[in-house]
Ligand binder design. Structure first.
Ligand SMILES: CC(C)(COP(=O)(O)OP(=O)(O)OC[C@H]1O[C@@H](n2cnc3c(N)ncnc32)[C@H](O)[C@@H]1OP(=O)(O)O)[C@@H](O)C(=O)NCCC(=O)NCCS
Length: 328
């Protein structure tokens, strides 16, 4: 039996955003027609968001995920036939079942690859990546496709200005390959189910009807406080587990919910803002898609390079949070 240690390396990344870009001004004008008041100034000051991409009606999470997956496969120089595991992180799946991962598997033609979804809301990608890393380390996968994809616009209450201005649609993906060298160095996941009420979409389909509330609801201030606290703790823990100083992390890539959360976090971690990847200004909060979208943007514009250490962080409904430390 081969006892050499196996690691998982991020071999490629890809992303996909719906074509339709909606600026704060355009959104404010749309909302004003329904008597809901907001402004570019309010949104920018409180969140840093300037625009979001919104999927047209009928464009599904699996469609966005499939495009992101194709770009990641191409970037990694592998084909769908090489993929033996597909994990999609999403809270806006196409169907109750089958999983969105199965739909992507069929679209890209990775027949036979294991495929399932992970539901951890805005922490979804970090949960999915940690799961795939465990598969690779255990020798159960050699080439995994890990995708975060969402159409959050479908679960927003467009009459609630406290939430509808915050989110966007999109997808990001990475290819994880088995390797003798790290790769993913450390990961840690957490949840506190007693905080379910601060961020939820507490509806379901039952007996042929939607039961409960089909829209996302949020206690913004509670989420803000929790997010800063847990991301700070999680960053320190994962670095401690890996024996790496925070100052040795080249890039902090947290979930993109709000620029103010990112600024607070950077200050707490003593991380210069120049080493924090920010895409929330152009993508808004794309939930499980936000971290792979940010990673892909920073790889493609040349900031994140081979050999760099990146700290990916998720936080969101559940309440869930987690971190993955990886050498690129
Ligand atoms: C949502 C969030 C931006 C709200 O900012 P805030 O400073 O906490 O604002 P509040 O909710 O206290 O609201 C302040 C005022 O702005 C108003 N307001 C809310 N949304 C508004 C909007 N889009 N435009 C204009 N005014 C708005 C509120 O009605 C309130 O008015 P009032 O004082 O007359 O009652 C902020 O709490 C936040 O970013 N939280 C974290 C959210 C998040 O990241 N969620 C996802 C995590 S995965």
């Amino acid at each position: 039996m081969d006892r050499t240690m196996t690691y998982a390396v991020i071999a490629g990344s890809g992303s996909f955003l719906p074509e339709r870009v909606v600026s704060n001004d355009a959104l404010a004008a749309e909302l004003a027609e329904r008597g809901i008041e907001t402004s570019d100034q309010w949104i920018v000051e409180r969140t840093g968001i300037r625009q979001r991409h919104l999927a047209e009606r009928g464009v599904t999470t699996s469609a966005l995920a499939t495009q992101a997956a194709r770009h990641a496969l191409e970037d990694a120089g592998v084909t769908a036939a090489d993929v033996d595991l597909i994990i999609v992180a999403t809270s806006t799946p196409d169907f109750v079942f089958p999983s969105t991962a199965c739909l992507v598997q069929a679209e890209i033609g990775a027949k036979g690859a294991a495929a399932f979804d992970v539901q951890a809301v805005c922490s979804g990608f970090v949960y999915a990546l940690t799961t795939a890393d465990s598969f690779v380390r255990a020798g159960r996968s050699k080439c995994a496709l890990v995708i975060g994809a969402e159409v959050f616009s479908r679960i927003l209450d467009w009459n609630d200005r406290g939430t509808c201005v915050l989110f966007g649609d999109g997808a990001g993906a990475v290819v994880l390959k088995a390797s003798d060298e790290p790769g993913i160095i450390a990961a840690q996941l957490n949840a506190d189910g007693s905080q379910t009420h601060i961020l939820c979409a507490a509806g379901n389909v039952a007996y042929g009807e939607v039961t409960g509330d089909p829209f996302l609801r949020m206690d913004g201030q509670a989420v803000f406080k929790q997010a800063v606290t847990v991301l700070d703790k999680s960053a320190r823990k994962v670095c401690e587990d890996a024996g790496i100083a925070l100052s040795d992390v080249d890039w902090l890539i947290p979930h993109q919910a709000n620029v103010r959360i990112l600024n607070f976090l950077a200050r707490k971690l003593d991380m210069p803002l120049e080493r924090v990847i920010v895409t929330v200004d152009t993508h808004a909060n794309t939930s499980a898609a936000s971290v792979p979208l940010a990673l892909d943007a920073a790889r493609r514009d040349g900031r994140v390079k081979a050999g760099h250490t990146v700290l990916l962080q998720g936080v969101g409904g559940g309440f869930t949070w987690g971190s993955v430390l990886a050498k690129m």
